[in-house]
Design a binder for this molecule. Structure first.
Ligand code: COA
Length: 730
């Protein structure tokens, strides 16, 4: 097959062109990169191809296909965004994207996009500019415009072409969430025109291209929006309703913290108002503006931080060379409670066999039902087929003895939070486990080295702190002691990642990392209650700061008994700084457990649904029925800075291996506002010197609770930051 790129005399690196009887198959395969990305150099290559296609009359149509197995195109090269020096730069880059997509759409020959793997951002925008789109029927094929997740808006025509293709409502849902759409769903909504097995994708694409070229296939199909959608959207009044609702919903959900959401709405709306060119111009301008927001800077940081964690097995230095992770295909889970069931369920989802043990049949049966519920939910949401559901369920087998444990390479213990109980089950299990098996403990409060004291080999013991509910929470905190062997760390991290978790590795210390920084934050909320602050004032202030739930609600959610127990452990470890609030102690002593007991700081109905504040709880505060007004700004300053200062201490004490892990842990484990980047990013944003000043002011008001971390004082002196000031943040 002649290579047209060479034939046409162009030396290309990312694109290669092969001719198939009048159809030019353009393969995008960026050399030396795991994914295809658009950059000015790649756009220049496309432009050269367009030029040739305009002139070579032997070509009737073209196919755009990827040479990578897992990705079609991952969008614009995010690295390039770091090089913009002004909004005008970014607007120009967007205009260059528009010019390219326009040629794809309006050139002499029609294009077919043959999409297999991730088709994101600019990748989807290029596909939308093609005359026909075919998706490979594979779980790897996902289509999305994820720009808002980076604090940006689609910049290569997505806000204009997507609504025209799938209708306004479906488009807004995709653009405002950035969510992935799988191939089947894409077919249903008209995002793609056809879905085929990946093995025949290329051939079918060539055939369709030829049909398009000869006119036997129409260039663009009517969009499939459904009658209801069309009735609402096909007139200005209906569209105004859709935009108004979307705007109100966006503001409510984002509390105004994500400017790109409103900018995306504005760009889409501009496309309906006047000539097409105005819509594109609005998109380019707004893209430029968004590329320079503080929010986008933090969200892009989170992208890089998450990506870099994917490659980090938690072992550094000489040990990294020898610490090879072992693939785990079978595990034992001890304890069939809520956490154990969650762990068993997500393991089965990944094809891992689970021996699921408790002491009696009744809790085992209950645990198996809980596993079934998690899997059933996936089936109901059509994330898995009935066959997959059955297969996954059959991977989990219950037991009340240790049969089937003699060949598990990894045991995860999720029994009651009591050292003696944990020691007992560990001894029992190790009598059966094969030599070298890893013993992971899912504790949230007990030091791992204490649990390891009962082990035959402490080097095989590691902490795996899952968050509840396990199948929903994205973070896994792996805790290592000075004795944990490097291969144990690597295998545990790799296993956590295979379960779909974002994994941070931290050193063993009271509260590990996530609960350590949560403790002063929640404690400060308790102190505010002691002073007479209103519950709603505290929760609303922190929702406004950007947390997904307020701290008092969070106390009710985690359970007041659990909060009390972990508070006591933290107080024992850190003394005065973390003395529990009088209010929490009294509310707990009164027998209130929070949501699970249907009585806490808030009211709950029979089904556990949260109502308003339970005013009777105020009688248990030191100020009784008298309340004081505390400003939202003051509440935010106290709670947020308590957490930030503690995160800095975790860097200082070596609990964290990198600031990156501290920020990812806070965002993914606690819901620290992503647009702020994380507590250590906040420290950098404020600046160490200014932060010390603010903490000292708080410490003067509340002696002992806000003493600035030593490291922070040093950084204030040297002007150091946790992250580089320019270039890639991690
Ligand atoms: N720009 C720059 N680099 C990108 C990129 C992009 N759009 N998409 C992926 N990469 C890089 C990653 O940074 C990583 O680089 P590294 O190897 O130097 O660390 C590499 O490609 C592999 O990505 P990774 O995320 O580790 O692979 P994956 O297979 O788990 O996921 C994707 C692949 C494409 C699904 C994922 O990387 C992704 O979601 N990318 C971002 C897409 C996006 O937001 N596009 C819109 C841009 S406006």
């Amino acid at each position: 097959m002649p290579d047209a790129a060479r034939l046409w005399g162009e030396a290309m690196s990312a694109l290669s062109v092969a001719m198939h009887d009048g159809v030019a198959v353009v393969t995008f395969d960026l050399p030396g990169e795991p994914v295809n990305k658009f950059s000015p150099a790649v756009i220049a290559e496309f432009t050269a191809v367009f030029e040739q296609l305009e002139h070579d009359r032997s070509v009737v149509a073209a196919v755009l296909i990827s040479g990578k197995s897992d990705t079609f195109i991952a969008g614009a090269d995010i690295d390039q965004f770091l090089e913009f020096t002004s909004s005008a730069d970014a607007t120009r880059a967007s205009a260059a994207g528009h010019a390219m997509m326009q040629r794809l759409e309006q050139g002499r020959v029609p294009w077919v996009a043959a999409i297999n793997g991730a088709c994101l951002g600019g990748g989807l925008e290029a596909s939308l500019a093609c005359a026909y789109r075919i998706a490979g029927d594979s779980p790897r094929t996902v289509l999305a415009l994820p720009e808002v997740q980076l604090g940006l808006i689609p910049g290569a025509g997505g806000t204009q072409r997507l609504p025209r293709t799938v209708g306004l409502q479906v488009a807004l849902d995709m653009i405002l969430t950035g969510k992935n759409v799988r191939a089947r769903k894409a077919l249903q909504t008209g995002l793609v025109d056809e879905m085929v097995h990946p093995n025949i994708l290329r051939d079918v694409a060539i055939a369709r291209a030829r049909e398009l070229g000869s006119g036997t296939l129409a260039r663009r199909r009517a969009r499939k929006g459904g009658i209801k959608g069309a009735l609402l959207e096909n007139n200005p009044v209906g569209r105004a309703v859709v935009f108004r609702q979307a705007r109100a919903m966006t503001l409510k959900k984002s509390r105004g913290h994500y400017p790109a959401l409103l900018a995306a709405l504005d760009a889409v709306a501009a496309g309906y108002r006047g000539p097409a060119a105005d819509g594109f111009a609005a998109e380019a301008r707004l893209f430029g503006e968004m590329a320079f927001t503080a929010v986008s800077k933090q969200l892009i940081f989170l992208f890089y931080a998450t990506t870099s964690l994917k490659k980090d097995l938690g072992v550094r230095g000489d040990a990294a060379a020898t610490a090879k992770p072992v693939a785990v295909r079978k595990i034992g889970v001890l304890g069939t409670g809520f956490m154990g069931a969650g762990i068993a369920a997500i393991s089965a989802m990944q094809g891992v066999a689970v021996r699921f043990k408790d002491t009696k049949h009744a809790p085992v049966a209950k645990g198996l039902l809980a596993v079934r519920d998690v899997l059933k939910d996936r089936l109901a949401k059509k994330q898995i087929t009935r066959q997959q559901f059955e297969d996954q369920l059959s991977l989990v087998s219950g037991t009340v003895d240790y049969t089937g444990f003699s060949n598990v390479p990894l045991l995860i213990e999720a029994v009651f939070e009591d050292l003696a109980v944990k020691h007992a089950v560990l001894r029992e299990a190790e009598a059966v486990l094969p030599p070298g098996a890893i013993v992971a403990t899912n504790t949230s409060t007990i030091p791992i080295h204490r649990i390891a004291e009962a082990s035959r080999d402490a080097s095989r013991v590691v902490g795996m702190h899952f968050f509840s509910p396990v199948h929903k929470m994205p973070l896994l905190e792996v805790i290592v002691t000075p004795r944990t062997a490097p291969d144990v760390v690597a295998t545990t991290v790799a296993f956590g990642r295979a379960l779909g978790k974002t994994v941070i590795v931290v050193n063993d210390a009271p509260g590990f990392y996530v609960n350590r920084i949560l403790a002063p934050y929640l404690n400060e909320a308790g102190k505010l209650l002691d002073e007479g602050a209103r519950i709603e004032a505290i929760d609303t202030a922190m929702l406004d700061y950007g947390f997904p739930v307020g701290p008092v609600t969070l106390l009710d959610e985690v359970g007041l008994d659990v909060a009390g127990k972990s508070g006591a452990i933290m107080a024992a470890a850190f003394g005065d700084r973390l003395q529990p609030s009088t209010t929490l102690s009294r509310v707990l002593a009164a027998g209130r457990l929070g949501r699970k007991g249907k009585q806490g700081f808030y009211r709950y109905d029979e089904k556990g649904k949260k109502g308003g504040v339970d005013e009777t709880v105020y009688a248990m505060t030191p100020t009784g029925s008298s309340r004081i007004e505390v400003s939202a700004a003051d509440i935010q300053e106290r709670l947020a800075l308590a957490m930030v200062n503690e995160a800095v201490r975790c860097v200082e004490e070596g609990i964290l291996r990198a600031p990156r892990d501290g920020d990812i842990g806070a965002v993914f484990g606690i819901g620290f506002p992503p647009f702020r980047g994380g507590p250590l990013r906040v420290a950098d944003t404020i600046g160490a010197a200014a932060l010390v000043t603010r903490l000292e002011a708080l410490n003067a008001r509340f002696p002992g609770r806000f003493e600035p971390a030593k490291l922070l004082r040093e950084m204030a002196g040297s002007g150091a930051t946790f992250y580089p000031r320019t270039g890639k943040p991690v």
